[in-house]
Design a protein around this ligand. Structure first.
Ligand SMILES: Cc1cc2nc3c(=O)[nH]c(=O)nc-3n(C[C@H](O)[C@H](O)[C@H](O)COP(=O)(O)OP(=O)(O)OC[C@H]3O[C@@H](n4cnc5c(N)ncnc54)[C@H](O)[C@@H]3O)c2cc1C
Length: 353
């Protein structure tokens, strides 16, 4: 008898699994490798919306909760996944500089926005108005972390590399059964795959396709993350990742020529040197109209739970939302209303009858 079956081992499923295991629960994780968002993600963590210069939902709290979570995981797994890297927001004008310094004075934001103007010292970058630096930021190497975590689950005998068939799940008062497996709960952490989940597909998961390039820029020698129209993320050996796009209509897993064109065009705006595209990757972000996670219990089947809707900020959101869900189920602590999936009624988006 397990305490929890967890469906999915992307950032959400991994955070759920680790949270529950660290609290002594018996878990079994299913993953069929059908979804790639967490594996291709750039992995940046940054609590500031750089376009509007405001904090993301619970920005400071997420940083205080989720970054130590990954540090504990590094110690547990014996790897290095969290790379501290400053994000430099490139200014396009004097007005943008002024807006930055005003924002850097605001409570909450002052912790994360440096009040110093950084002049451009890299001749390969086109940045006549300089940069503003976001503090405490970095990059989580998600593919490396998730691979290490799946290996740990495998060694524990807690990973089943197979598709979970929703139709084979049997629900009883005090438990669920799946073939010969019994468990107290199932937590669905399927990312965009939730659209095929008959229990939770009523929730408004929209999806946003994201694409990234890997480029070679010989001689640029930039070691910080540069944010202009796109992010430029150093990988070492003259290689950088460039992204990402936000597509609303195409949910195919393949990279597209249109995204490649958009990203190379935007990259061209910030570079004074040549570059060469080496690779392109794509994934579907599980996005929700109000841009908040979906955590909680099915309205009719209390043994079924969901953790989803991480959108474009899975790195910071997943550990915190997983802890909120575990507190809710185990101790009855109410979920923050902003992430409680109960904010969407059971028949949300469906016509009556
Ligand atoms: C190009 C791109 C760049 C991004 N950059 C960033 C970034 O810099 N910072 C950031 O914080 N976020 C970023 N994101 C967003 C981030 O990737 C997502 O928020 C996050 O990965 C969502 O995680 P998830 O676990 O909910 O979903 P997923 O990663 O999609 O994981 C779901 C898992 O469930 C499995 N699954 C689904 N259905 C079943 C089933 N029936 N049976 C078994 N297994 C199943 C899938 O195989 C998959 O492994 C980016 C996303 C993209 C696409």
């Amino acid at each position: 008898m397990f305490d929890y079956l967890i469906i999915g081992s992307g950032l959400a499923g991994m955070a759920m699994a680790e949270t529950l295991q660290s609290r002594g629960h018996r878990i079994c994780v299913f993953d069929d490798s059908s979804r790639q968002a967490s594996l291709v993600a750039a992995g940046l963590y940054n609590p500031v919306v750089l376009k509007r210069l405001n904090l993301t939902w619970e920005g400071g709290r997420l940083m205080d909760f989720s970054i130590p979570f990954y540090q504990r995981l590094q110690e547990k797994l014996g790897g290095s996944f969290d790379e501290k890297l400053p994000i430099l927001r490139r200014f396009a004008s004097a007005e943008e500089q002024n807006a930055w310094f005003e924002a850097a004075d605001r409570p909450g934001l002052s912790r994360f926005l440096s009040p110093r103007l950084l002049r451009n010292d890299n001749p390969g970058l086109d940045a006549p108005f300089g940069f503003g630096e976001v503090l405490e930021t970095g990059r989580l190497h998600t593919a490396k972390l998730l691979t290490a975590y799946r290996s740990l689950l495998h060694r524990q005998g807690a990973l089943r590399a197979e598709s979970f068939d929703h139709g084979s799940l049997r629900l009883y008062g005090e438990e669920v059964a799946y073939g010969d497996i019994k468990s107290r709960y199932v937590v669905f952490c399927e990312g965009f795959g939730m659209r095929a989940n008959p229990f939770f597909r009523y929730l408004p998961l929209q999806g946003s396709k994201g694409e990234l390039l890997t480029v070679r820029i010989p001689g640029l020698g930039e070691g910080r993350i540069i944010k202009s129209g796109v992010f430029l993320i150093p990988e070492g050996n003259d290689r950088y990742r460039v992204g990402a796009t936000y597509g609303r209509n195409d949910f195919s897993p393949e990279p597209t020529p249109a995204a490649r064109e958009e990203l190379t065009r935007k990259l061209g705006h910030i570079l004074k040197v040549d570059f060469e595209v080496e690779n392109q990757s794509a994934g579907i972000r599980p996005t929700v109209p109000d841009r908040r996670p979906l955590a909680g219990r099915h309205p009719e089947h209390p043994r079924l739970l969901a953790l989803n809707g991480m959108g474009s900020r899975g790195v910071l959101l997943a550990p915190y939302a997983a802890a909120c869900l575990a507190d809710f189920v185990e101790s009855g602590t109410p979920l923050p209303p902003e992430i409680d999936l109960a904010r969407y009624g059971k028949f949300y988006g469906k016509s009556p009858g």
